[in-house]
Design a protein around this ligand. Sequence first.
Ligand SMILES: [Zn+2]
Length: 167
Amino acid sequence: MSARRALSRLCVQLLAIGFVLTAGLLLAGPTAQAAPNAGSAAGTDGLDPALALAYTLAEREAQGAGVPLWIVSGYRTPAEQEGLWQDGLRTYGSPDVARRWVLPPNESTHVSGHAIDVGPQQGAQWLQANGSRYGLCRMYDNEWWHFELATAPGGVCPPILPDASHR
Ligand SMILES: [Zn+2]
């Protein structure tokens, strides 16, 4: 083997090693960044499995694009929702007005595991623009943070309702 040929062969081997190392780093990346994701991973607990999967995939794409996105509130127990409902009744004075912002436990899609509230606003905007690829849709005009699995992946989201009282 000529020196020149040996050299070019060495270069190919170095390239291959570089590729493997790079691929390894890329694969290790999400693990190394597990800490910031830990909260959102816990955030899918109790959710309908299809919603949890759709959101997890969407969040991965958002974060890959440098967009922050996490679950602020996902599944809620009936007792937690009852507390929010009572707060709403006190704040808004009547069930009719309170229902625009919060629903009682037997009607809340958070209690049934079919809704997520996300943040920050930048992430929510990304999800509104891209979520339908995963079937995720913004539901209410007055809640930029509230999303549900409301279409098939790649489908068209239903019209956004004015607020939760219009369900
Ligand atoms: Zn919500």
